[in-house]
Design a protein around this ligand. Structure first.
Ligand SMILES: [Zn+2]
Length: 216
């Protein structure tokens, strides 16, 4: 099973990716994790990536693709993978297509989680953080015992810049702008499967399983 997984911030993509990885016994290739791991281990690619990050520049496409390609040397990949956070651009997608052809491994599906903006905004703006210990709460899923007060130390909770509505809406707009051409790219190949991302973790996972087929 070889998958690309896309979804807006706040859709619960990480949780679903974990469920898929476990159920289908495939490798989770999250480019964020790959980048951190390569930098931490000080691999050649990691050192190169780090030099871009230090200079405040984006890590170039080909470097990210090389990190993904390096993971293909791991025999565990034989059973399949789920790519998360990559590709982000059509150029990356084309490079990935070429790489997969070389490897003789075609993609099965491109899963796209859909959740309406209003739900995402409501979820993402409900986080509150303690000014002193940094613990974070969610007003619906994990509220503090006393409103506005940290359970740990009684300090004031506040809303981080990242969690404010204007920032959240901007992130959602960036996601849409980035993914629209990508989705079109894979639509032409007939690979895109939209997943309704509204519901419990189990409900959403059931919809994914319907698309992917039995995982026995
Ligand atoms: Zn605290």
């Amino acid at each position: 099973m070889r998958l690309i997984f896309m979804g807006p911030p706040g859709a619960g993509k990480g949780t679903q990716a974990e469920r898929i990885t476990t159920a289908y016994n495939i490798v989770h290739l999250s480019t964020g994790d790959l980048l951190r791991m390569n930098v931490k281990r000080g691999t050649e690619l990691g050192q190169l990536a780090h030099s871009y990050m230090d200079a405040g520049e984006l890590v170039p496409d080909d470097l990210i693709l090389k990190m993904v390609a390096a993971e293909f040397k791991d025999p565990k990949i034989e059973n399949g993978f789920i790519l998360d956070g990559f590709p982000r651009t059509v150029a990356q997608a084309t490079a990935l297509d070429d790489f997969l052809i070389q490897e003789g491994k075609h993609l099965n599906h491109v899963l796209v989680m859909d959740v309406i903006d209003e739900k995402l905004v409501a979820r993402l703006t409900a986080r509150r953080t303690c000014r002193i210990c940094g613990r974070s709460y969610h007003l619906s899923f994990n509220p503090p015992k006393k409103p506005g007060i940290c359970d740990n130390d009684g300090s004031e909770l506040y809303q981080r810049e990242d969690d404010k509505e204007v920032t959240v809406r901007n992130r959602l707009a960036v996601y849409k702008r980035q993914t629209r051409p990508l989705i079109e790219h894979y639509m032409k190949k007939g690979m895109v499967k939209h997943i309704d991302g509204v519901g419990t973790v189990d409900e959403v996972f059931d919809r994914i399983r319907e698309v992917l087929g039995p995982c026995d």
